[in-house]
Write a protein that binds this ligand. Structure first.
Ligand code: DCP
Ligand code: MG
Ligand code: MG
Length: 362
C-alpha cells in the first residue's frame, strides 16, 4: 500500500504561546526576541505573529530593525523552557494520532511527521479527517493553531503544510504531486538551501519543473552523486525516507486503543500489561535501562494527558516499570470521570545498561 504521511507545523509558535498567555496581546503585533548578552539593544527576532509579519518583520532580523518597522509592536523575551513544555504537550497529541509510537518523528520544537497509512487505510478522505481532528485537538487542548500537510511522502507532506498558513490544511494525493510541485521555485523544495539555489539558477534552472526535466548526469557532475540524484528525485516528488523517531535513543514506548471507550479497570490494566511487555522486550533488545516512566491517556473527548515519574537511578526491571505505570494509571482513574480511549506507556532518559554490557566486554 502507498504510504500516507502528515506533517504538522505550529503557526507563529513562540508568539502564539505568548498571545495565549496574555489576552491583552490580541490584535497587537507581537515580536519574540532572543536578546544577546549585550541586553535589549542587541538580539534577533525569534518569531513574530502575522500582524508583525505584515509590517515586514521576519525571523532572524535584528530586533532593532524590527522595532523601526513597527514601533508599536510588543517585544517579548524568549521563554524557551516554557515553549518546550507546550511543545511536549503538542507532540503527545500528534504522536497519539500516528499509526504507532514508532511512526512519529519530531523534527523541531514545533513540527513533526506522522505516518497514518494504516489508520486511514490509504484513503485520503479519511486522512483529511485525521488532519482536521489533529487541528481540532491542538486548538482545544493547547489553544494554538497549526497547519497540516498530507501527502504520499515526507517531502510532499512538509511542503503541503506550508502551502496554506496559518491554520491551513492541504492534501496532495499521489496523482496531484506533479501539478503541486512543478510551478514552485526551486528554493521551495524542502532541502534546497541558498547555495544550491544559486547554483541551480546559474545553470538556468528556476522552477521545480525545470529541475525535474534536467539531465541527471549533468546534475551529478555539478553536485556529486548523492545530491545530484536527490535533486532529480525530489523535483519529481519522490522521497522514500521513512518516518522514524529521531529521539528513539531516548524513549521507548507503546500506545494502543481500548476495544471500546471505557473506564473498566480490568480492560485498562490488561492492555497496559501488554504494552509494558512490548516496552520491556524492546528495552532488553536495545540493552538499555531507563530513568523515567510516562503514562499517557487519551480520553473519549480526545483530551490527552500524561503523568511521569523520574528516578535517581536507571533501572531495567519490569517490576519497577509496572509498579510505577500502574500507580500513575490509578491516579488517572481517580482524577477523571470520562471514558478512556487510548492508553500508552513509555520509558525515557535511556542509558546503556553497562551492567549487562560488561559481561560481553571481557
Ligand atoms: N525560531 C527561532 N529562530 C528562527 C526561526 C525559528 O527561534 N530563526 C523559533 C521560533 C518559532 C519556532 O522556532 O516560533 C518555530 O519555527 P517556524 O519556522 O515553524 O516558525 P513559526 O512557527 O514561528 O511560524 P510559522 O507560522 O511560519 O510556522
Ligand atoms: Mg511553525
Ligand atoms: Mg516549524
Amino acid at each position: 500500500m502507498e504510504r500516507v504521511i502528515i506533517h504538522v507545523d505550529m503557526d507563529y509558535f513562540y508568539a502564539a504561546i505568548e498571545e495565549r498567555e496574555e489576552p491583552m496581546l490580541k490584535g497587537k503585533a507581537v515580536v519574540v526576541c532572543m536578546y544577546s548578552n549585550r541586553g535589549e539593544s542587541g538580539g534577533a527576532v525569534s518569531t513574530s505573529n502575522y500582524i508583525a509579519r505584515d509590517a515586514g518583520i521576519r525571523s532572524a532580523m535584528p530586533c532593532k530593525l524590527a522595532k523601526s518597522k513597527k514601533p508599536d509592536a510588543v517585544f517579548l523575551p524568549v521563554r524557551k523552557a516554557f515553549y518546550e513544555e507546550v511543545s511536549a504537550n503538542v507532540m503527545e497529541i500528534l504522536r497519539s494520532n500516528a499509526d504507532s509510537e514508532e511512526s512519529f518523528e519530531k523534527i523541531s520544537i514545533d513540527e513533526a511527521f506522522l505516518e497514518i497509512t494504516e489508520s486511514c487505510n490509504g484513503d485520503y478522505d479519511i486522512a483529511k479527517e485525521i488532519g482536521l481532528r489533529i487541528k481540532e485537538e491542538v486548538k482545544s487542548q493547547e489553544r494554538i493553531t497549526c497547519s497540516v500537510g498530507i501527502g504520499p511522502n515526507k517531502l510532499i507532506a512538509k511542503m503541503a503544510s506550508s502551502f496554506r498558513k496559518p491554520d491551513g490544511i492541504t492534501v496532495i494525493r499521489p496523482e496531484e504531486t506533479e501539478d503541486f510541485l512543478k510551478p514552485m521555485p526551486v528554493k521551495k523544495l524542502w532541502g534546497i538551501g541558498k547555495v544550491t539555489e544559486d547554483k541551480l539558477i546559474e545553470m538556468g534552472i528556476t522552477t521545480v519543473k525545470e529541475l525535474a526535466a534536467f539531465n541527471v548526469m549533468e546534475l551529478i557532475s555539478v553536485f556529486g552523486k548523492n545530491k545530484g540524484m536527490w535533486l532529480k528525485q525530489a523535483a519529481s516528488g519522490q522521497d522514500d525516507s521513512p518516518v522514524k523517531e529521531r529521539t528513539a535513543s531516548d524513549q521507548i514506548g507503546r500506545m494502543a486503543s481500548l476495544k471500546n471507550d471505557s473506564r473498566n479497570e480490568n480492560m485498562i490494566f490488561s492492555l497496559l500489561d501488554e504494552l509494558m511487555d512490548d516496552v520491556v522486550s524492546k528495552v532488553k533488545k536495545r540493552k538499555v535501562s531507563f530513568r523515567s516512566v510516562t503514562v499517557t491517556v487519551i480520553f473519549s473527548n480526545f483530551k490527552t494527558s500524561t503523568k511521569s515519574r523520574t528516578f535517581n537511578h536507571a533501572v531495567s526491571d519490569r517490576e519497577i516499570l509496572a509498579e510505577n505505570a500502574v500507580e500513575l494509571m490509578k491516579q488517572f482513574l481517580d482524577e477523571s470521570t470520562i471514558n478512556f480511549r487510548r492508553v500508552g506507556v513509555r520509558v525515557g532518559n535511556l542509558q546503556e545498561s553497562t551492567g549487562q554490557k560488561s559481561l560481553f566486554d571481557f
